[in-house]
Design a protein around this ligand. Structure first.
Ligand code: PMP
Ligand code: GLN
Length: 390
């Protein structure tokens, strides 16, 4: 009998982000698909890392991360959310938010247990939960307001639920859940056997004066939540893949054991760079938010004139828009055509849903220089003006 690989991964396509980025290169398109900034974060961060590459340390850092970085992560949590974390007990440094999520799901879900996803959901959660052997259940949010309803969540939670995945601000729809919505989550979680893995990689990228509220800060949640962060998103260094998980020792100890066999550790030079960043370059992150907000506003003003139906965006790198005013195609066909014919790469939203999905929405990444967004808008304006004439 031929070898049978793990069907979870064997049946998966390559991620949509890689697919659309490759098409963007082939067709010379502007890439508003995969979410990465086109300007690197502060030079001082890169200089600290470069010096460390030259002078060391260059051998294995500790399993949970360099003490300087763990201390800086705890100081950040204290400064922004008044959380009291101990660098030796409450933190594991990981290779990006992606590894932080994978280690958390592997550690906290289990075969025979269930994992609840709120859809649209980031694409890594489901496959990793399934690879662990867990059953995936979903709660679907609906446009245009995408509100998270506590009753709908309660209906998806069973005595077997081990993990709830909660992403806020939420990729792809840019929802930042309100205190009221989060209190609903805390009530439901408090009555369950589950813990929450909170994907907060966009914690600072939140607009219009909104406050990011980590679920872990809510009453009764300190022992039930792990929080995932990403330096890539905070400091526009997405290729560095430095992330972390923070939370109560009972959960973090197990996450550290999953991490020890996934990567064990991450580059010490990059860890030192990010320790410096958290201590000295938070102003970059706070200013990035206002630049991103202006980019969001530019798209929100111009896209409707082309025929897109723009939905609200409260945070993250991403704006979503309806395409029914422009086409009867589904979102995937539309994106495939646009990258080839209009020279702009986008992401179809249906890839963030399991089934019964809306197929009329697309995602624009606006973590780009304003000039590039202007050029992308001009390409779209010209393309659809031409089509309307023919
Ligand atoms: N979670 C979400 C919601 C994301 O959008 C991303 C990637 N952009 C990640 C996790 C992964 O973060 P990282 O790049 O640090 O691995
Ligand atoms: N998180 C990024 C996005 O949503 C993609 C990261 C990746 O390609 N793995 O665009």
């Amino acid at each position: 009998m031929p070898h049978q690989p793990n069907p979870v991964f064997a049946s998966l396509p390559t991620t949509i982000f890689t697919h659309m980025s490759a098409l963007a290169v082939v067709h010379g398109a502007i890439n508003l698909g995969q979410g990465f900034p086109d300007e690197d974060g502060p030079l001082s961060i890169r200089e600290v890392a470069a010096r460390a590459l030259e002078n060391g340390p260059n051998q294995y850092p500790p399993l949970r991360g360099l003490p300087q970085l763990r201390k800086a992560i705890c100081a950040h949590a204290s400064r922004f959310y008044d959380l009291d974390f101990d660098p030796d007990r409450n933190v594991v440094v990981t290779s990006g938010g992606t590894e932080a999520l994978t280690a958390s799901i592997m550690a906290l879900a289990a075969p025979s247990g269930e994992v609840v996803l709120i859809e649209p959901a980031y694409d890594s959660y489901g496959p990793i939960a399934e690879a662990v052997g867990a059953r995936v259940r979903t709660v679907k949010l609906s446009p245009p307001d995408w509100r998270l309803n506590a009753e709908a969540l309660a209906a998806a939670i069973t005595p077997d639920t081990r993990v709830l995945m909660l992403n806020s601000p939420l990729n792809p729809i840019g929802r930042a859940f309100t205190r009221e919505e989060l209190e609903g989550v805390a009530r439901v979680l408090g009555r369950s056997n589950a813990v929450a893995v909170c994907d907060e990689v966009y914690e600072h990228l939140i607009f219009d004066g909104r406050e990011h509220i980590p679920l872990i800060t809510l009453h009764g949640m300190a022992e039930r939540v792990v929080r995932v962060g990403s330096a890539g998103k905070m400091f526009s260094l997405t290729g560095w893949k430095i992330g972390w998980v923070t939370g109560p020792p009972a959960l973090i100890d197990v996450v550290a054991k999953a991490h020890q066999f996934m990567t064990f550790t991450s580059s010490p030079a990059l860890q030192l760079g990010i320790a410096h960043a958290l201590e000295h370059e938070m102003d970059f992150t706070l200013n990035l938010t206002s630049r991103l907000q202006a980019n969001r506003d530019l798209l929100a003003e111009r896209l409707p004139k082309i025929g897109f139906e723009v939905l609200p965006c409260e945070g993250s790198y991403f704006l979503t828009a309806g395409i029914r005013g422009l086409t009867n195609e589904n979102d995937c066909a539309f994106c495939e055509r646009l990258v080839r014919e209009a020279g702009v790469a986008l992401i179809p939203l249906s890839v963030f849903f399991s089934r019964g999905t809306p197929d009329h929405l697309v995602r624009f990444a606006f973590c780009k220089k304003r000039e590039l967004l202007e050029t992308a808008l001009q390409r779209l304006e010209a393309y659809f003006a031409q089509r309307n004439r023919t």
